[in-house]
Design a protein around this ligand. Structure first.
Ligand code: PRX
Length: 636
């Protein structure tokens, strides 16, 4: 039996049972056999979900970059670690070997040190998908600085909120980035953000678009000359197992984004282990995940998971539709990709296009297909299976979250029989349970409830940066002694899990988590707006899209509604980013409210989804008359 690479269903059940019966032994063997430690742990794990406090491999000393890079050098030094595929198909791809990655990471780490970055300091990375981003992530980890990557599609306001929340004193960015036919300016966004961030002392700027940018004296520095002068070796900082590795912000149902804190040893072991199994990765495979490193998928399964296994990982700068809808498939052919991991929203968008786009390319190298980020509908699953996998490559529908650090529920390819729309079975070490609204566990099969995890796993986020109370409240207070995911799920007759979607006020649009409250806050900033409520509704390509109900201070008072809609979306774009723009905005005289003044979102969700025949009980409403008005004026 191999703990590390499961090869049959029987083995999966054996390994799973072992991981539950004897988690200490299970996680000890994996840590011992597959990772490099400077000092061994004293205890495999300890936890108390009441506090909550979770620790893995306490007492151990290590550096994750030694595991991602150094230990491979003598056997895989010349092997390609990262293939960078530029946005423009005519620009040559770059192959970065493990040796080169080592040098680049060390040089970058030395530059950070020269600017006074020490162990525990936070470094904000606001970069496009260029190799410097992966290098910067690893450079931070090399010296024990905590990286906080902010997706380069976020606005200046969203960036400054995140920089201030974690009190980063240094920002790494680029002049701009290429995404499809668009050139995105990044440096001006950083400049705008930093007007609200008095503590940032240094901005390091990579060159990508060659756009002319303003450099602020003393604060802003071009990266390239600094890197070329930097020494090419850097001793890896010795980290404690529970030292923070990174902070990554995710939307919550309310208020500020949550800075999820991931720590070193547990995250390393879990991402390395799950990468190997979920993608059935073997030496010399070429693996490609299309996510952006600004999201958790990119952290765990573009950078850390693959490099921990000495893999070759593809980083693609652009979008699936540039220069045409065949780009993904062209890249698979070009780099002979074996494992391909993407989001259902991309699959749905490409499935709408002419089938010739997929047929033109040789996809025969593919062995495993993955999806992540939202439920995959049956139609998209079949399209992916037939046209991309040619019914030969198993699809792994991987369920997990920013908070979980790594994949939680997923088939293991060539091991777990797949069923469309099912994430299937928990990975070893993961103990999911379903709960009812009264807080009791729902046992047995063919049941549906709220998805919790009842036992700790190595990669779980340990806290919310600067707000442990919120961590406790968000994840450990709804169901006592359990981690609550915020998702609903059903368990079928054979014990397979199917994720049914969020049960809170988080909406997943094109695979991106968006909290309704920050969007409503942005809308309410408009001087003409009295109040607003945002809900999700099903959308062919995005999975869900956003529908805003807005009441104006003076309804219909001579304002052009089309202009108002544009202004509202512009505000959302400025405060959060274009990903949070509303698809539909309906102006209304009022919002349905309970007697205690709470907006009845259930009704609004039904209106937005055009399910108005059965609205449920509306008798408790303060203002039942607005419901009919809202239905009559609903926008299709
Ligand atoms: O609702 C679930 C959905 O995405 C949420 C987590 O989003 P985020 O933290 O941005 O991480 C996304 C990438 C890991 C979950 O709470 N989700 C993620 N994967 C799936 C999914 N829903 C259904 N099926 C999935 N495979």
């Amino acid at each position: 039996m191999s703990n590390y690479h499961i090869k049959s269903l029987e083995e999966y059940f054996q390994v799973y049972r072992k991981s539950i019966r004897n988690p200490e032994l299970f996680w000890e063997e994996i840590a011992e056999e597959h990772f490099t430690w400077r000092k061994r742990w004293d205890e495999i794990f300890s936890y108390d979900f009441k506090k909550p406090e979770v620790k893995w491999y306490e007492g151990a000393k290590l550096n994750i970059t030694e595991n991602c890079i150094d230990r491979h050098l003598h056997i895989r030094g010349e092997k390609t670690a990262i293939i960078f595929e530029p946005n423009n198909p005519n620009e040559k791809a770059k192959h970065i070997s493990y040796n080169q990655l080592h040098t680049r990471v060390c040089k970058f780490a030395n530059v950070l040190k020269d600017f006074g970055v020490n162990k525990g300091d936070r470094v904000c990375l606001y970069l496009p998908m260029i190799p410097e981003l992966a290098v910067a992530v690893l450079a931070c980890a090399r010296i024990g600085a905590i990286h906080s990557v902010v997706f380069a599609g976020f606005s200046a306001a969203a960036l400054s909120t995140r920089i201030n929340d974690c009190d980063a004193k240094i920002v790494v960015t680029a002049d701009g980035g290429f995404r499809g036919a668009k050139t995105i300016e990044l440096k001006p966004i950083v400049d705008k953000a930093l007007k609200d961030c008095p503590n940032v002392e240094t901005v390091l700027v990579a060159k990508r678009t060659m756009a002319e940018v303003k450099m602020k004296k003393k604060r802003d520095k071009w990266l390239k000359p600094l890197l070329s002068k930097a020494y090419n070796d850097c001793f890896p900082e010795l980290m404690d197992a529970e030292d923070p590795l990174f902070i990554l912000y995710t939307s919550g149902s309310t208020g500020l984004p949550k800075g999820m804190v991931h720590t070193t040893a547990g995250y390393m072991v879990y991402t390395g282990y799950t990468f190997k199994n979920v993608f059935s990765y073997t030496e010399d495979d070429v693996y490609w995940c299309t996510a952006d490193i600004g999201w958790i998928t990119g952290h765990s399964y573009i950078v850390y998971g693959p490099l921990l296994n000495g893999a070759t990982t593809v980083m693609y700068e652009g979008v699936p539709t540039y220069p045409d809808n065949g780009r993904f498939w062209k890249i698979i052919e070009k780099h002979k990709v074996n494992q391909f991991y993407t989001a259902p929203t991309a699959i749905r968008a490409l499935a709408k296009e002419k089938i010739e786009f997929t047929q033109k390319y040789n996809l025969s190298t593919l062995k495993v297909l993955g999806t992540v980020g939202e439920p995959i509908n049956e139609e998209a699953w079949h399209w992916y299976n037939e046209n991309i996998g040619k019914k030969k490559s198993p699809i792994v529908d991987t369920y997990w979250q920013t908070e979980t650090g790594g994949i939680m529920i997923s088939p293991i390819p060539y091991v777990t029989p797949t069923t469309p729309t099912y994430a299937t079975l928990p990975l070893p070490g993961i103990q999911p349970i379903l709960m009812d609204d009264q807080g009791y566990e729902i046992k047995g099969n063919q049941v549906e409830g709220k998805l919790c995890i009842k036992f700790p796993w190595p990669a779980m986020a340990r806290t919310i940066w600067g707000n442990h109370k919120r961590y406790k409240h968000t994840y450990f207070s709804t169901f006592k002694n359990n981690y609550f995911t915020g998702d609903g799920a059903l368990r079928d007759e054979v014990g397979y899990y199917r994720i049914t979607g969020r049960v809170d006020d988080v909406i997943i649009v094109s695979g991106h988590n968006l909290g309704t409250a920050p969007i409503e806050d942005a809308i309410n900033e408009h001087q003409a707006v009295a109040e607003s409520a945002v809900v999700g509704f099903p959308h062919d390509i995005k999975g869900h899209a956003l529908y805003g109900f807005v009441t104006l201070k003076v309804m219909g008072a001579g304002r052009d509604h089309e202009n108002l809609r544009e202004e509202i979306n512009q505000l959302i774009s400025d405060r959060i980013g274009p990903i949070a723009k509303l698809n539909v905005i309906q102006f209304t005289n009022g919002l349905p409210k309970t007697r205690s003044g709470k907006i009845m979102r259930r009704i609004l969700r039904k209106v937005a989804s055009k399910e108005t025949t059965n609205l449920g009980d509306t008798s408790t409403l303060l203002n039942p008359e607005v419901v009919q008005e809202i239905i009559d004026n609903a926008i299709s």
